[in-house]
Every structure is written in structure tokens, then in C-alpha cells.
Design a protein around this ligand. Structure first.
Ligand SMILES: NC(=O)C1=CN([C@@H]2O[C@H](COP(=O)(O)OP(=O)(O)OC[C@H]3O[C@@H](n4cnc5c(N)ncnc54)[C@H](OP(=O)(O)O)[C@@H]3O)[C@@H](O)[C@H]2O)[C@@H](O)CC1
Length: 176
């Protein structure tokens, strides 16, 4: 398996959506979210892991998470969304509407700690290659709780928590 760094991931997406390759954002997002849902169903069977909490960020990575939530619901899981910033564009409003039609509930940040107690797997769809440290609220609270939990965290950007921890440490050093 090879893991792309931030620069290569950005370049790959630019290439895919160029005139030469002809892909569009919604198509790539659908593939990314479907792949996340498929990977979860393979590693965490729904019989013992039906409660999935998807933490959705403000950018395209969050869109991947909304797509994953829809597919997980179709696969028979009981997904919930933590979506602290309202969607800015029609693409995201459509994805959210599709989740709403499937009765996928939205969890408030205040209820996150309680919700984690009943969660089998967390999907971290907070940030992708658009992340720039340091983390700003309301995501600090969310990532603090996720960093403490022992619940498995699935992500299409597996280095995120590590990036977050390193950036938090570097930021703490820079302001002391
Ligand atoms: N072609 C594609 O693009 C495709 C991309 N895909 C997926 O999308 C990912 C890249 O998407 P992206 O470029 O929207 O970036 P992403 O990190 O999801 O969000 C940026 C947002 O986060 C915010 N933000 C940033 N840092 C922050 C901080 N420290 N604290 C708080 N907020 C912060 C930032 O806010 P701003 O700084 O602009 O105010 C902005 O709103 C990529 O990795 C892949 O997973 C697939 O769907 C396939 C097609």
C-alpha cells in the first residue's frame, strides 16, 4: 500500500479533474465515500458494530463522510452525523438532504461525549488536504475528545490525528 502526502494528493485531484481526465468533484467524492463505507463493512461487521459516528468537516473531506454515511445506512448500519458547520454549497446541501431522507440523525457537539459511549466506530471525515494548522474551534473540542477515545477511528486521511497532535504540540511550543 502506498500513502500519498498532501502535495501529491492535491496534484492527483487536479490531474483527475483536468480536461485530460474529465472527472468531476461529485464523482470522486462518491467513490471516496463509498470506499470508506465498504472498508468499514469489511473490517467492522454490522452485526457487532452497527453504531457509526461520522464526524463531518467543512470541506470536501466532509462530503466524503456524508456519502459514506448514506452507503453505511444502505448497508444496514445506524450512522449518526456530527456536522458542526452548516454546508456552504449546493453539493453539500444535496448530500445532507440525502442523509436526512434516510433519517440519519445529527448529534450536537454538547452530546458528543455521551454519543461516543454508544459508538462502535468513528469515521473521521473532518479534514483532508485542505487542513492548515492550528485547528480552530469548534473542531478543537471534537478532536480533543476523539484523541482521548479508545473507539476505533476510520479515516480516508489516516495521518490526520497524528497531524493534529503534532500541530497542537508545535503550536503549544510556539505560544509558550
Ligand atoms: N477534488 C477534490 O478536492 C476532492 C477531494 N476529496 C476529499 O476532499 C479533501 C480535500 O478537500 P478540501 O480541499 O475541501 O479540504 P478539507 O481539508 O476537506 O477542508 C477544508 C476546509 O477546512 C477548513 N479548515 C482547514 N484547516 C482548518 C483548521 N485548522 N481549523 C478549522 N477549519 C479548518 C477550511 O476553512 P478555511 O481555512 O478555508 O476557513 C475549509 O473550509 C481531500 O483530502 C479528499 O479527502 C474527495 O472528495 C475527492 C475529490
Amino acid at each position: 500500500m502506498s500513502i500519498l502526502n498532501q502535495r501529491d494528493a492535491i496534484k492527483l485531484d487536479i490531474d483527475l479533474m483536468s480536461d485530460k481526465c474529465g472527472f468531476v468533484l461529485e464523482q470522486l467524492m462518491e467513490l471516496a465515500g463509498f470506499s470508506v463505507a465498504q472498508a468499514i463493512s469489511k473490517v467492522y461487521p454490522k452485526e457487532s458494530n452497527s453504531n457509526i459516528l461520522l464526524c463531518i468537516g467543512p470541506g470536501n473531506n466532509g462530503g466524503d463522510g456524508l456519502v459514506a454515511a448514506r452507503h453505511l445506512s444502505h448497508f444496514g448500519y445506524k450512522p449518526k452525523l456530527m456536522y458542526p458547520k452548516p454546508p456552504k454549497s449546493q453539493v453539500f446541501r444535496n448530500l445532507l438532504q440525502q442523509c436526512s431522507q434516510l433519517d440519519i440523525p445529527i448529534v450536537e457537539i454538547l452530546d458528543l461525549e455521551k454519543c461516543l459511549k454508544d459508538t462502535n466506530v468513528v469515521v473521521d471525515a473532518l479534514f483532508g488536504f485542505g487542513f492548515k494548522s492550528p485547528v480552530r474551534e469548534p473542531f478543537v473540542q471534537i478532536l480533543d475528545l476523539l484523541a482521548k477515545t479508545s473507539i476505533p477511528i476510520a479515516s480516508s486521511n489516516p495521518s490526520l490525528i497524528l497531524t493534529y497532535l503534532i500541530s497542537t504540540i508545535l503550536y503549544a511550543i510556539s505560544v509558550t
